[in-house]
Design a protein. Structure first.
Length: 151
């Protein structure tokens, strides 16, 4: 993606699966998502593997070029700047982050797999450094709907 996102706006990035017939295990995207998409990105895993996450992966929005590995990143180094992080980088909470601390041990209700979370309107800035512990609901509204309910 290039450009900027205006304040209080969203950019809907969609894995480009607009083929109405799909192929293999891939299913086409829903019409309601297609009309809301701002950008469509390659459905080839090795090209757009960032889109193939299942609710237990950290997601980072950044600008600039990352030099080195993600575990070695430094904010603002070489023009690389973290804008926002959802999750704890490098942590695998199993099926999903949950509602009971430490949020990655499978105890409690899974809140990130097959759910849409929207940041609370009171949060005015993104998370710009990795957190020691990730609580998905600390900055998110309650679970709005599950993806399975939309089919």
């Amino acid at each position: 993606m290039t450009g900027s996102i205006p304040p209080h706006d969203v950019y809907v990035a969609v894995l480009d699966k607009r083929d109405p017939f799909g192929s293999g295990q891939e299913e086409p995207i829903w019409d309601s998502l297609e009309v809301r998409g701002d950008g469509f990105y390659s459905a080839v895993y090795n090209t757009s593997n960032a889109f193939y996450f299942n609710g237990n992966d950290a997601v980072m929005l950044a600008k600039g070029t990352l030099s080195g590995t993600l575990s070695e990143y430094v904010t603002y180094a070489n023009g690389f700047q973290i804008i926002d992080i959802f999750g704890k980088i490098g942590e695998d909470p199993g099926e999903a982050w949950t509602t009971i601390a430490p949020y990655n041990n499978g105890i409690g209700v899974g809140v990130t797999m097959d759910h849409s979370l929207i940041r609370k309107s009171t949060v005015l800035k993104g998370v710009t450094a990795d957190v020691p512990e990730f609580n998905a609901l600390a900055e998110q509204l309650t679970v709005l709907f599950t993806l399975r309910e939309q089919k």
